[in-house]
Design a protein. Sequence first.
Length: 290
Amino acid sequence: MDSENAAILIEAIVDSTLFVNQHMYLDLYLLHAHYYCRRKRSAVGRPQKIFLSLIIFAFVLNCWDYCLNSYAAILLGAKYSFIFSSTGDLNDNLGAVIGGLNSTILMSSWPLNLNLLIGDAIVVWRSWIIGGGHKVFKYIMALFMAANIGTNLADGILDDTITHAMVQYHWTIFRHLCLSRRHQKDMNSITPRTSRTKKSNIEIILLFLLQSGAAFCAIQLVYAVIQIPSFTTFLLAMATVCNGAAVLYPLSVFIMVNTIDTPLIEAFYDTKAAQESQTVSASIVNPSSE
C-alpha cells in the first residue's frame, strides 16, 4: 500500500469511528428521552422534571461533542493525513493523526466530563435514596462526589486522566459496597416480589451487579489500568470503548429506575409503601395527632 492510499484509509478509519460512536450516543439519548416522555407518570413532580432536564442537557453535550469530533475528523484528519509528510507505515500515520487531534482540540474532553458528572450525580441521587437515612453514609457520598467533580475539572483543564480514572474507580467501589450491604438486608423483602415476577436468581444477581455499579466498576478498572502504560493506538481504542460505556451506563440505570423492575428499587418501593400504609393507619386511629 502506497502512502496516498494509506492516508485515505487513515482518514476513513478516523471518520467512520467517530461518526458511528457519536450517532450511537445521540440515537440512544433520543430513544430514552422519547421513552421517558411517553410514560404517564414520568413528568410528574419536581424530581422527575429535573431528571428529564438532565437527560436533555446530556443530549446537548453529546451534540457538542459530535460537532467537535466532526470538525476534528474532517479538517485535522485531512491535514495530518495529506498535508504533512506521510510514511508508508499505517500505524505511524494513524498515530500522527491521533496525536494531532489530541493536541489541537483539548476542549473536546469537556462534553464527556460533564456528561459523566451528570450520570454520576443521578446514580448518587439514587444511591442516596436506597442507602437509607444514615448521616455518615450521606456525608461520605457528598465527599466522594465533591472529589469526583474536582477530578473531572482537573481532567478538563490539566488533562490529568490518571487521577480522574483512579478517583472514579475507588468512588464506584465504595458505592457498590454500600449498596451490596443494603441488598443483603433487603433479600427477604425481594424474594416474595421476585417470585411473583418469576425472576431467576441469576437474573436478580445480574440486575443487582448492573444497578449497584459493579459492572461500571469493572469498566473503570480497565480504563484506569490502560492509562498507566505509554500511549499506543490500541490503548486509545480501549479508552474510547470505556468512555462510551461510561456515557451509556447511566442510561441503563435510568431505564431500570423508570421501569421499577430491579431488586433494589422493588425493595425500596415495597418498604416505602409499607411505611406509608402504617402512617395512614396511625392517622386514622389517632386523628388528634395531626
